[in-house]
Design a protein around this ligand. Structure first.
Ligand SMILES: [Zn+2]
Length: 673
């Protein structure tokens, strides 16, 4: 019989990707499925109890949103074949054709795409287009291991319409927001520069960019403050120890010097309290996606997007469970003893495995975070054959984290001596690891052990050295891809599945480079801030995130959320159009627009700045003047102050530009005299 006949009256199983389809077909057929290339796409045919089955893979989303309406506002859209709407998806046409040939012949349908919102949408759209959604069932699984796939096939679930609706709503909402604001931006930039530029904005992307711009400006206009500490060394049994200052440092150098004199005159310090502590650190929680991405970056500098790509591979190889999860809890229905034993078959983990299996009971240290669809990420116990360098690193991280969560606590013994030196408090800390516990298995944290001297309360310690040291306040750290991801999590914007990709988009558009916002990024933000202030607030993004969650829980309808999106975006676009109609092209001033003004960068003058600087140089100039007071109190003349901060690495780049300008002006004036 030919393929078309075999598919007549069969059950069609839709998989998200070819590799997943292969695993599913193999598991359900017990390895007896027949693989056929149909119009260039692999499909699998098999029979169970006289019933015919066909597994057909997709390649992610086959449909996307498009509109043939030009201009703004635009709220009319349809779901169309993705390869019609986006040129880079031409390869999807083949998959589209296979579904269109075979799906109408089937009698029943199973959506076996990944069990999450996107998978629900991918399978639903395909079955809706060529099949019958009232004959659709859902397969729920968290890993591509044979047993689990078979189990989920035996207990098929009803269609997951709430997840489908939430997914469709997210796509539609993001499309409405994105296309309207992006087109508005392009319109604006055409007015300013007279040229066409591809610019983009997004519901989650834009508030994230705002945060990076804020951080960049903060660092660029940073002037450190001077602080003075007195560093003190004591001698105990012929060994020198440095005391740790416990009080606030001095703001004035003269105060620090006065105190230093007292310390020198006294010559000793007194131990007034000794605190002994035994600290118990419980094992780390099982990994959710965000935690894993952060660790991959912290330990190996692997970007969140790259980590997700690797995880996807490991999942499709059945080595790990489904990675797009928010949960820090391991599943209960899985035999962890068996998985751990199988991992013990890998030489490098044998020692750890033996130690864990010797424990009376296996209890993971589950964390508080949860996910309705999937458990925390865990190794399936299948042994990897050959992994590339990065894949091996990520796999190792997952195995170690998994084993560690079953291990014993880390016990650290610490002694803190509280020491008085001429009326100020200092500390002397000693730290020793008593029992390594899980740290032996997951050795990616460092505990700095420090010697613990034997001291008594009331003991006098001889001061061997003391001197005043200048320390400086520091700016907030710059963002990297991992800390930006953490920020998005902390603000509850985006989802674990989308955050890494949104960050990559900001880099690809040239809005962020390295760890800072680019001039283009700053310009786009100030344009959005000026014309779409309300739309770009984190609170609004988070609010819509909550609405999506309500759809997912079946408490709200998609139409309601889309109507609300259209209202909010519609009002903003209306205001924008009115606004730019009443301004002449020459009046639009944004950072980066060079139309002569600011004497440093040629950018538009800030009307509130009396020196004629642009917004950023004006801000930098004001900060230089503000901070001078603190330095002048420490006998820095204006010139000496400028020279000092100009030479510091942590001083912001805009500050240095302003200092360069001030010095040049001064020299010019000297000439005139
Ligand atoms: Zn400027």
């Amino acid at each position: 019989m030919n393929v078309e006949d075999l598919c007549r009256g069969c059950t069609a199983i839709v998989a998200e990707k070819p590799r997943a389809a292969a695993k599913i077909a193999k598991a359900l057929s017990g390895g007896r499925a027949r693989r056929i290339l149909y119009n260039g796409i692999p499909i699998w045919l098999f029979t169970i109890d006289g019933e015919n089955y066909v597994v057909i893979p997709s390649a992610g989303h086959l449909f996307s949103i498009d509109s043939n309406k030009k201009g703004i506002p635009v709220f009319e859209y349809t779901w169309v074949p993705r390869h019609h709407a986006e040129k880079s998806y031409k390869h999807l046409e083949k998959f589209y054709r296979v579904f269109s040939e075979l799906l109408p012949r089937a009698r029943e349908y199973i959506n076996a795409c990944d069990y999450d919102i996107e998978g629900s949408v991918i399978g639903y759209m395909i079955i809706k287009r060529w099949g019958n959604v009232s004959k659709m069932k859902r397969m729920k699984f968290s890993s591509l291991v044979d047993d689990e796939l078979r189990r989920s096939f035996r207990s098929l679930m009803p269609p997951d319409m709430d997840m489908v609706e939430a997914g469709l709503a997210r796509h539609e909402m993001d499309w409405i927001w994105g296309i309207n604001v992006s087109r508005a931006l392009m319109l604006l930039f055409r007015r300013i520069f007279g040229e066409h530029r591809i610019l983009s904005a997004g519901r989650v992307q834009t508030p994230t960019l705002f945060e990076v711009v804020r951080n960049t400006i903060e660092r660029d206009t940073y002037v450190p403050s001077p602080l003075y500490g007195v560093s003190i060394y004591v001698e105990i049994n012929g060994r020198e120890y440095r005391l740790e200052g416990a009080g606030e440092p001095f703001r004035r150098k003269s105060d620090a010097e006065e105190y230093l004199e007292k310390v020198k005159a006294l010559g000793y310090a007194i131990v007034f309290d000794i605190e002994e502590r035994v600290l118990q650190y419980d094992p780390p929680y099982p990994f959710n996606l965000g935690d894993l991405q952060k660790e991959a970056y912290r330990i190996y500098r692997i970007s969140p997007a790259k980590a997700l790509e690797i995880l996807e591979d490991l999942y499709l190889d059945s080595l790990i469970s489904y990675p797009r999860t928010n949960s820090q809890k391991l599943p209960q229905g899985v035999n962890h003893g068996e998985i751990i034993e199988r991992i013990g078959g890998i030489q490098r983990y044998r020692g750890a495995v033996l130690k864990i299996l010797s424990r009376r009971r296996l209890i993971p240290n589950n964390g508080p975070m949860d996910d309705p669809a999937h458990p925390a990420i865990y190794p399936t116990g299948e042994i990897p054959r050959r992994l590339g360098d990065l894949h091996a690193k990520i796999y190792d991280l997952i195995v170690r984290r998994y084993l560690a969560t079953f291990a014993e606590s880390l016990i650290v013994y610490g002694v803190t001596s509280h020491i008085d030196v001429a009326g100020r408090r200092y500390l002397l800390r000693g730290v020793r690891i008593r029992y390594k516990g899980w740290l032996d298995i997951y050795p990616f944290h460092r505990i700095d052990e420090k010697p613990i001297p034997q001291l008594r309360v009331g003991e006098r310690l001889k001061i061997s050295k003391a001197r005043v040291v200048l320390s400086l306040t520091r700016p907030e750290p710059p963002y990297n891809k991992a800390s930006l991801l953490r920020w998005m999590e902390s603000q509850s914007i985006g989802t674990e599945a989308t955050r890494a990709e949104i960050i990559e988009t900001l880099y690809k558009r040239g809005y962020i480079k390295g760890s800072r916002a680019t001039e283009l990024g700053i310009m786009v933000c100030s344009a959005i801030d000026r014309y779409f202030k309300d739309l770009s607030r984190v609170e609004l993004t988070r609010h819509f995130e909550e609405l999506l969650d309500k759809i997912r829980r079946g408490e709200l309808r998609r139409e309601h959320v889309i109507r609300r999106t259209i209202e909010v975006v519609g009002e903003a676009i209306e205001r924008f159009l009115k606004n730019i109609d009443s301004t002449k092209p020459g009046d639009i001033d944004l950072p980066g627009v060079k139309k002569g003004g600011c004497p440093i960068c040629g950018g538009p003058r800030d009307p509130g700045d009396k020196h004629g600087f642009c917004h950023l140089h004006g801000l930098a100039h004001r900060r230089i003047i503000e901070k001078y007071r603190e330095w002048s109190e420490n006998n820095y003349s204006w010139d000496k102050y400028l020279e000092k901060i100009y030479g510091l690495k942590i001083t912001g780049s805009k500050i240095k530009e302003v200092i360069g300008y001030i010095r040049k002006e001064d020299r010019a004036q000297d000439h005139q005299k």
